[in-house]
Design a protein around this ligand. Structure first.
Ligand code: ADP
Length: 267
């Protein structure tokens, strides 16, 4: 990558009213959350199911232990049985730990993503935002292999909730472009006073004529139920509000790369 490729044009910023952008982001979030609800419920249901069936095992183990302890004398066979139960309980605890952590991550991500009030500007870890977004989108990206090639990024001054909306749009679009699977590669790097994030997919790609339209709003190739053609318009506005640029390179039939370049110092 050359220094020139990585520089921000001085004219990248188009002023967008703070209130207008905040209300657009809220609307987009509501629409995405509505769409994601079934997937997130499914994602939470899997660890919940594991905990639930472990609960039955715990109940049976407890009753076995009570039976053994009810005897006045515990013989060697019973001791061996107690050891076996303790080993089983240990395995159950480990599964429950993973399940609880998975649910806590999902709920935490939903809570931070779902905030509709205008989050204040802050120095944020962009990788954390991308990881929460990936957690919420687990169901939507199940056909896709996500490869995180994260570099070392400094904290970036931004509206984290707004940037999360950008990652959400780019990741969803990539997954929807690869319904039969493929790789979504997320690369990040830091150079001087800028960071660059690249979302590359191996999906259907975007014809050259459409590439000029996708950031303008109202352009969608998806069924009306899925696409409103607003995701990339909102993403562009958010990125430009942060004095950054968003660009696409795409080859129909082989995939697309969306690049977001942001100044570390923020809006
Ligand atoms: P929507 O997803 O609601 O259609 P967007 O503004 O996010 O709205 O995207 C507009 C259009 O751009 C999509 O309908 C699709 O045709 C195209 N597009 C966006 N991202 C990709 C991608 N990664 N691969 C292929 N096409 C894409």
């Amino acid at each position: 990558m050359t220094e020139q490729e990585f520089s921000l044009p001085q004219s990248a910023t188009r002023p967008v009213g703070d209130t207008e952008l905040a209300s657009l982001v809220s609307q987009a979030k509501l629409a995405t959350l509505g769409m994601l609800l079934a997937g997130v419920a499914h994602e939470i249901n899997t660890p919940l199911g594991a905990i639930n069936s472990n609960h039955d095992v715990l109940r049976r183990a407890m009753s076995k232990l009570q039976d053994i302890l009810a005897d006045e004398v515990v013989d060697e066979d019973e001791l061996e049985e107690v050891r076996r139960i303790v080993r089983a309980l240990d395995a159950i605890l480990r599964v429950n730990d993973i399940a609880v952590e998975r649910m806590a991550t999902l709920v935490g991500s939903l809570r931070s993503f779902g905030r509709l009030d205008r989050a204040p500007i802050d120095w944020a870890d962009l990788h954390e935002g991308i990881d929460s977004t990936l957690a919420i989108l687990g169901h939507e990206t199940r056909a896709v292999t996500v490869e995180r090639r994260f570099g070392v990024l400094p904290p970036v001054r931004c509206h984290p909730d707004q940037l999360n909306q950008v990652w959400m749009n780019l990741i969803l679009n990539a997954a929807q472009a690869m319904p039969d699977g493929g790789a979504l590669t997320i690369e990040t790097e830091h150079h001087d006073d800028r960071v660059r994030l690249v979302f590359g997919d191996e999906g259907c790609g975007i014809p050259a004529a459409a590439q000029a339209q996708i950031f303008e709003g109202g352009f969608t190739t998806k069924q009306r139920r899925i696409g409103m053609g607003l995701g990339l318009l909102i993403s562009r506005r958010i990125v430009e509000h942060h004095r950054g640029i968003i660009a696409v390179e795409s080859e129909p039939g082989s995939g697309s790369r969306f690049t977001v370049t942001l100044p570390v110092s923020g809006p």
